[in-house]
Design a protein around this ligand. Structure first.
Ligand code: UD1
Ligand code: CA
Length: 455
C-alpha cells in the first residue's frame, strides 16, 4: 500500500521562549524535526511533507538536505488546520498517511513500523499512538467506549471525568488518506482554544461507523517537547540511549553521564572515551582510539588508533595512530596523515599534513600543504595573510623547520631541506639546502665592564 507522511512544524512553541522555531531546537545535536524525518525514513516512509509556518524559512533551511516537500500554514489555527493546509500534498493519493507532531524526537522507528502494521492489519481508518501517564496534564485524553477508542478530548476541553483519564494522545497517528481528507471539511473550532483540532477527526470518523485503533507505547517515546525543561529531559533520555548503544557496540565510556555523543556519530570497537567529550554531527571515530577528557569533535573522521586530548577538531580528517593535543585546534578542511603528531597549542587551518610529520608545540599552520616526515620546531608561524588576501605555502617531504620560524606565504620549502631556527623565510628553499633568514650574531667583547654594569 502507498504510504506517506506529514510532519506538523508550523507552530511557534511559545513556551520555549525562543526566537528559534520550536522544532529547530536540537536534541543531542540534531534538530527535533530532523530526528522525526530520520525516524520516518528508517520506518520506510519516504514521501514526507512538512507543514511550516512560524519561522518557515529557517525550518526549510535546516531540512534542505533531507529531500522533503513543504506545505504552508500562514496562521496557526490548530493542528487540524495544519493538515487542511497540506491538502494539496494529499490530493489524489490513496493509502496511508502517518502524521507526526514535529516535537516528538524520542519515537523509535520500530514503533512507527509497528503502528503502520497495526493500522493495516486491522483495517482501521485511524490508528493513534497513545501512552499511559501518571500525570497526563496538558495532553489530549483518549476517551474509550466499551474499550474502543471513541474520541480525543484536549486537556483544556475535558470535563472532570475526562480529566481523570490517564491514556493520552502522543500526537502520532496513521490515517486512511481519503477518510482523513473527507473529515477535514467537517472540522470546526468550537472549543476552549478556538482552534481546528486534528484530534476531532477521530470523533468524525467514529460517527460514520469507522473503527479507530490505538497502540499503547512506553511514555518515554511519546514525550513532546513544549518547554526548555522538557527539552532538557528529552536530551538526557536520548543521550542515555545513544551512549548505551555505543557501550553495547564495544565502546568504553568512562563516565557515560558526562559524555556527549551526537545522534549520528559512529564509533568503532575498543575506542575509549573519557568524560567531557562532545562528539558532534556526522563524526566517525574508528576502532582503538582514545579520547582523553574535554575535546570537541565535529563532522570529522578519526581513523583507528588516534589519541586526542583536550582539543577541538572541526570538519577534518585525522589519519591512523596520530596524536592530537593537548590543546590543539584543527579547523575545517584539514587532513592530517598517519602516525603524525599535532601537539600542544598548535592550530591547523585548511591544511594538509603528511604522514609521520610532527608539529609538536606552539605553531600555526594555515593554507599549507605539508609533506611526510617533516619536523616543525616550537613556535613556527605560517604567515598566510597580508591583511588583504591569504596565500598558500608548500612544504615538501622530510623538511626540518627550526624553532621560531616564520614562513611568509606564498612560499615553497622543497624536500630534505633545513631552516635555521629564528628564520623568516620569504623565498623558495631549494631541495637539500639550509636556509638561514636572520641577522648574523655579533658579540661585543667586554661590553658589560665598559658600561659599568658588572654586578
Ligand atoms: C497536541 C494534541 C494533543 C496531544 C499532544 C501530544 C491536538 C489538537 N492536540 O497538543 O492531543 O496530546 O499534541 O504532544 O492536536 N502545529 C502546527 N500548526 C498549528 C498548531 C500546531 O503545525 O496550527 C504543530 C506544532 O508545530 C507542533 C505540533 O503541531 O509540532 C503540535 O502542536 P502543539 O501546540 O505542541 O500541540 P499540543 O497542545 O501539545
Ligand atoms: Ca506538543
Amino acid at each position: 500500500m502507498y504510504k506517506c507522511a506529514i510532519i506538523l512544524a508550523a507552530g511557534e512553541g511559545k513556551r520555549m521562549k525562543s526566537t528559534t522555531p520550536k522544532v529547530l531546537h536540537k536534541v543531542c545535536g540534531k534538530e527535533m524535526v530532523n530526528h522525526v524525518i530520520d525516524i520516518m525514513r528508517i520506518a520506510d516512509l519516504s514521501d514526507i511533507n512538512i507543514v511550516i509556518g512560524k519561522g518557515a524559512d529557517k525550518v526549510k533551511e535546516s531540512t534542505r538536505f533531507r529531500d522533503v516537500s513543504y506545505s504552508y500554514q500562514d496562521k496557526q489555527l490548530g493542528t487540524g488546520h495544519a493538515i487542511i493546509c497540506a491538502k494539496e500534498f494529499l490530493k489524489h493519493k490513496k493509502g496511508i498517511v502517518a502524521i507526526f507532531n514535529g516535537d516528538v524526537p524520542l519515537m523509535r522507528a520500530e514503533t512507527v513500523k509497528k503502528l503502520i502494521e497495526t493500522h493495516e492489519n486491522n483495517g482501521y481508518k485511524c490508528t493513534i499512538v497513545t501512552s499511559l501517564l501518571n500525570d497526563p496534564t496538558g495532553y489530549g485524553r483518549i476517551v474509550r467506549r466499551e474499550g474502543v477508542v471513541d474520541k480525543i478530548v484536549e486537556h483544556k476541553d475535558c470535563n472532570k471525568e475526562e480529566l481523570s483519564i490517564n491514556e493520552i494522545n502522543a500526537g502520532i497517528y496513521c490515517f486512511d488518506i481519503e477518510s482523513l481528507v473527507k473529515s477535514l471539511d467537517k472540522l470546526n473550532n468550537n472549543n476552549a482554544q478556538g482552534e481546528y483540532y486534528l484530534t476531532d477527526v477521530i470523533e468524525i470518523l467514529r460517527s460514520e461507523d469507522n473503527t479507530v485503533g490505538a497502540m499503547i507505547v512506553d511514555y518515554e517515546e511519546t514525550m513532546g517537547v513544549n518547554s526548555r525543561v522538557e527539552l532538557a529531559e528529552v536530551e538526557k533520555i536520548l543521550r542515555n540511549r545513544i551512549n548505551k548503544k555505543h557501550l553495547e557496540n564495544g565502546v568504553t565510556l568512562i563516565d557515560a553521564e558526562n559524555t556527549y555523543i551526537g545522534a549520528d556519530v559512529q564509533i568503532g570497537q575498543d575506542t575509549i572515551i573519557y568524560p567531557g567529550n562532545a562528539i558532534e554531527g556526522k563524526t566517525v571515530i574508528k576502532e582503538n582510539c582514545v579520547l582523553y577528557p574535554n575535546s570537541r569533535i565535529k563532522d570529522s573522521i578519526i581513523e583507528q588508533g588516534v589519541s586526542i586530548q583536550s582539543s577541538v577538531i572541526l570538519e577534518s580528517h585525522i589519519g591512523e595512530e596520530t596524536t592530537v593535543g593537548p590543546f590543539a585546534y584543527i579547523r575545517p578542511e584539514s587532513t592530517i596523515g598517519k602516525h603524525a603528531r599535532i601537539g600542544d597549542f598548535v592550530e591547523i587551518k585548511k591544511s594538509t599534513i603528511g604522514d609521520n610529520t610532527k608539529v609538536s608545540h606552539l605553531t600555526y599552520i594555515g593554507d599549507a600543504e605539508v609533506g611526510e616526515d617533516c619536523n616543525f620546531g616550537c613556535g613556527t608561524v605560517i604567515v598566510n595573510y597580508d591583511g588583504k588576501a591569504k596565500y598558500k605555502t608548500k612544504i615538501g617531504n622530510r623538511a626540518f623547520i627550526g624553532c621560531n620560524t616564520n614562513l611568509v606565504a606564498p612560499v615553497e620549502v622543497k624536500d630534505n631541506s633545513y631552516i635555521a631556527a629564528g628564520s623568516t623565510i620569504t623565498n623558495e628553499v631549494p631541495e637539500g639546502s639550509l636556509a638561514i633568514g636572520r641577522a648574523k650574531q655579533k658579540n661585543i667583547e667586554g661590553w658589560v665592564d665598559k658600561k659599568g654594569l658588572k654586578k
